[in-house]
Design a protein around this ligand. Structure first.
Ligand SMILES: Nc1ncnc2c1ncn2[C@@H]1O[C@H](COP(=O)(O)OP(=O)(O)OP(=O)(O)O)[C@@H](O)[C@H]1O
Ligand SMILES: [Mg+2]
Length: 456
């Protein structure tokens, strides 16, 4: 019982059933209104016809009575029974013996007026009759009243029959409307069901699957297309994440392996081990590991949209001058700071200084002899330039270097090669600060140009 109730509730809750019922209800309401109006109009016109016939007959008899003696039997149109009653209530003329027995009514309209009244049926068992009454002064019988009686039985029967017919047609149309609604909605919802089944089947492992797209570009077609776009984005994001995890593990493995190898060799030959050198190596590799982990955490935070920068006024020129001094102190390259002018932006001093440091580290690593910095205001932006005189970056690689773990082949072989996250981090920081970065053409070496909105 309870199961049946649940099934019924499910059926009623289905869009298909609700639409079919709504279609039937709409048809029912329209038909009931239209048929009701039709029945009323037909009934009205039948009754009007009866009244007209009875009135014509009453008119004819009253004219004859006014002109002379009351004719007996009086003339009458087919279906009309006439009765003439004098002032004392006696029937003085009638068209049939049944009408001769007693007056059909006691109503006596004023002279020159007529009245339509319902009177008891002349033939027992009928509905009430419809009677037109008129009074007239007859030269021979005095004041008489003419009653022209018609039966409404025929009109009532016709109306009843019409009602039964219309009710039957309405019933049939209701069933047809519900069935058509059921079939059409079922057909329209077929693709939705197919999409639902496919989505229910897709798991994180098979994100390459797509939902079936119906050929028409209607609401359902657009739903399928949007769903497939979402699946494609999801697949891309998942792939990216998988790649990131695999690259990250790979990057962490090499320093970890180097570190373990040194310690294990020293432990195997403790007598010949140079422990101070081992400690140095552990510190260097540990340092490198710690930097990689920091970078990975930063990238993960950027992915989660948590790299929300502070919005402080920051003098970019001061960050650049500090970075230039740091490079100078390393004494490996000459540092040109002539191009550094005032440039204040809004942002996060720590993140911006990280951005400058990553660019400076790259320039220092690749420069032959000189790294130059520039800060200037251009068209409402503050432009930062970091350039070097190294091998430069080929034009077809200038987008790729901003990807995570991207290293150009030449750099991969270098012992000093990094993780390939530096520029990806720079890209994230620039983006969260509403700026842009690109590698510009340069006569020799690489030239990075960053544009940030000027302080607001
Ligand atoms: N100034 C430059 N001149 C030539 N090539 C560069 C320069 N800066 C970056 N590149 C190339 O772009 C690659 C990506 O740079 P990125 O800073 O992202 O990584 P990385 O320096 O190798 O490692 P990390 O910065 O994470 O330690 C580098 O490996 C290098 O091949
Ligand atoms: Mg770098």
């Amino acid at each position: 019982m309870a199961e049946r109730l649940v099934a019924l509730r499910g059926l009623l809750g289905s869009l298909r059933m609700r639409t079919a019922l709504a279609a039937a209800l709409a048809v029912a309401m329209t038909l009931v209104l239209a048929c009701g109006g039709l029945v009323w109009a037909v009934h009205r016109s039948l009754i009007d016809g009866l009244v007209t016939t009875a009135t014509d007959t009453a008119n004819e008899v009253t004219s004859l009575a006014a002109a002379g003696a009351v004719p007996d039997p009086p003339p009458a149109q087919p279906g009309v029974v006439v009765q003439v009653v004098d002032a004392s209530g006696h029937v003085v003329a009638a068209t049939s013996s049944i009408a001769r027995r007693h007056p059909v009514a006691s109503v006596r309209p004023a002279l020159g007026t007529s009245q339509v009244i319902a009177t008891p049926p002349l033939v027992p068992g009928d509905d009430a009759d419809l009677t037109v009454a008129m009074s007239v002064q007859s030269p021979t019988a005095g004041l008489v009243t003419v009653y022209a009686v018609t039966s409404v039985q025929g009109a009532e029967r016709s109306t009843h029959l019409l009602m039964v017919l219309l009710a039957a047609v309405t019933g049939i149309l209701l069933v047809v409307a519900a069935a058509v609604g059921w079939v059409l909605v079922g057909r329209a919802l077929q693709p939705v069901e197919a999409i639902r089944a496919e989505v229910a089947d897709i798991t994180a492992r098979d994100l390459h699957r797509r939902v079936p797209e119906p050929p028409q570009l209607d609401e359902i077609g657009r739903l399928a297309a949007t769903m497939n776009e979402t699946l494609a984005r999801l697949e891309k994001a998942t792939d990216r994440q998988r790649q990131f995890v695999s690259d990250a593990s790979h990057e962490l493995r090499s320093p970890l392996a180097a570190l373990l190898a040194q310690v294990e060799v020293a432990r195997a030959h403790p007598e010949s081990a140079d422990w101070s050198a081992v400690a140095d190596a552990v510190v260097v590799e540990g340092d490198r590991l710690s930097r990689i982990v920091d970078d990975l955490l930063l990238m993960a935070r950027a992915d989660e949209g948590q790299l929300e920068p502070r919005r402080d006024p920051v003098d970019l020129d001061e960050l650049v001058l500090a970075e230039g001094r740091r490079l100078r102190a390393q004494r490996r390259v000459a540092v040109d700071l002539h191009g550094v002018g005032a440039g204040r932006v809004t942002g996060d001093a720590d993140q911006l200084s990280r951005m400058v440091r990553n660019l400076a580290d790259n320039a220092e690593r690749h420069a032959r002899g000189t790294v130059s910095f520039g800060v200037s205001r251009i068209n409402g932006h503050v432009q930062l330039v970091v350039a070097d005189d190294g091998p430069g970056i080929p034009p077809d690689q200038r987008e790729r270097v901003f990807e995570r773990f991207a290293r150009l082949d030449t750099a991969r072989d270098r012992p000093t090669g990094g993780t390939g996250l530096g520029l990806a981090i720079v890209g994230e920081i620039v983006a969260t600060h509403g700026g842009t970065i690109h590698v510009a053409d340069s006569p020799g070496g690489a030239r990075f140009e960053v544009e940030l909105p000027v302080e607001d």
